[in-house]
Design a protein around this ligand. Structure first.
Ligand code: HXC
Ligand code: NAP
Length: 270
């Protein structure tokens, strides 16, 4: 049985979801799973071709998807896209913030603009999308799920920009959960560890570093996109109805071993 089939079919019938970063990797996997369970999905990212490819997959399987080519750093554009998806599908119930930018860089060599760029995409982008969605989600209640990373809590060399951004998102998750609980909006986060076949892993564990990391994951393998998507489905489903302000760590135990592989990379040992 695949992880995605443990939930009842049409669990999300009559719901509308927006997924930022929905054109590739983990965001695309989440969008596909939400759509497979009946949600109409609005895909947001900068590259229309990537969004259309995900939308096509969803439609081929009988789902419903629409695309908006928008940069999450631009609030007005994002707000307009949120309005238009909501208008097209008749409401909004779920927002998943998966858009992010990342690269390996030692702090001492990272430019101020490089640091700001990652904060702007990840943290400000998550606030922007949440703020734009609030008026619609609060009409009947709903869910926000933010995708963070283990770098939010594990001190990690070469990742100060991404770690600060993801830590900020986890704090934002708790603050919005508290402020918006009265509007029946649950706000949670999912923190993946290394997930196979993603842009994130290509960038952060290139070549031999990947093999080195894989051997050290306590569960002895990388995670897969389906495992992250299933956890998002769980959080937005009735099974998660009393969960808000939490971060679900889905990392095969990787954070338990600390920054090991990144430390080795910094020291030039891999
Ligand atoms: C140092 C870098 C850099 C690098 C860019 N910069 N790449 N600095 N090392 N490898 C600096 C640039 O020099 C510039 O600063 C500033 O960052 C902005 O760069 P731009 O290219 O102008 O920015 P932009 O076009 O907005 O692109 C954003 C990006 C890009 C983040 C740099 O890589 C991108 O669009 N990424 C999206 C896809 C992605 O990253 N996916 C992976 C997410 S995975 P200066 O000072 O020169 O102007 C992920 C994994 C988490 O988050 C954890 C896994 C375990
Ligand atoms: P990915 O495929 O590169 O996903 C990131 C997506 O965000 C892309 O589709 C990208 O599309 C979009 N995006 C980037 N900048 C944007 C912007 N300014 N505005 C709008 N969209 C933007 O990488 P991934 O590895 O699947 O990562 C997905 C999420 O999981 C991220 O939040 C990442 O931090 C998190 N994560 C990943 C891993 C992992 O192992 N891969 C581990 C922990 C956490 P465009 O470039 O077309 O805009």
């Amino acid at each position: 049985m695949s992880a995605s089939s443990i939930f009842a079919p049409n669990l999300l019938a009559n719901q509308v979801a927006i997924v930022t970063g929905g054109g590739s990797g983990i965001g695309a996997g989440i969008a596909e799973l939400l759509a497979a369970h009946g949600a109409k999905v609005g895909l947001v990212g900068r590259t229309l071709e990537k969004l259309e490819a995900t939308a096509m997959k969803i439609r081929e399987r009988g789902g419903v998807a629409t695309c908006r080519a928008v940069d999450v750093r631009k609030y007005d554009d994002l707000s307009q896209a949120t309005e238009s998806v909501t208008h097209e599908f008749g409401g909004l119930h779920i927002l998943v913030n998966s858009a992010a930018g990342n690269f390996l860089a030692p702090a001492a060599g990272l430019s101020a603009n490089g640091f700001r760029t990652v904060i702007d995409i990840d943290l400000c982008g998550t606030f922007n999308a949440s703020r734009a969605a609030f008026a619609h989600l609060s009409k009947q209640g709903g869910n926000i799920v933010n995708i963070t990373a283990t770098q939010a809590t594990v001190a990690t060399p070469l990742q100060c920009h991404a770690g600060a951004a993801k830590a900020g998102i986890e704090k934002l998750t708790r603050d919005l959960a508290l402020e918006w609980a009265g509007s029946k909006i649950r706000v949670n986060a999912v923190a993946p560890g290394p997930i196979e076949g993603t842009e994130g892993m290509t960038r952060l564990a290139p070549g031999g570093a990947g093999d080195h990391l894989k051997k050290r994951v306590p569960l002895n393998r990388y995670g897969n996109i389906d495992e992250i998507a299933s956890s998002v489905l769980f959080l937005v489903s009735p099974a998660g109805s009393y969960i808000t302000g939490s971060t679900l760590l889905i990392d095969g135990g990787t954070s338990l071993i600390g920054p090991g592989p990144f430390l080795d990379m910094m020291l030039g040992e891999i």
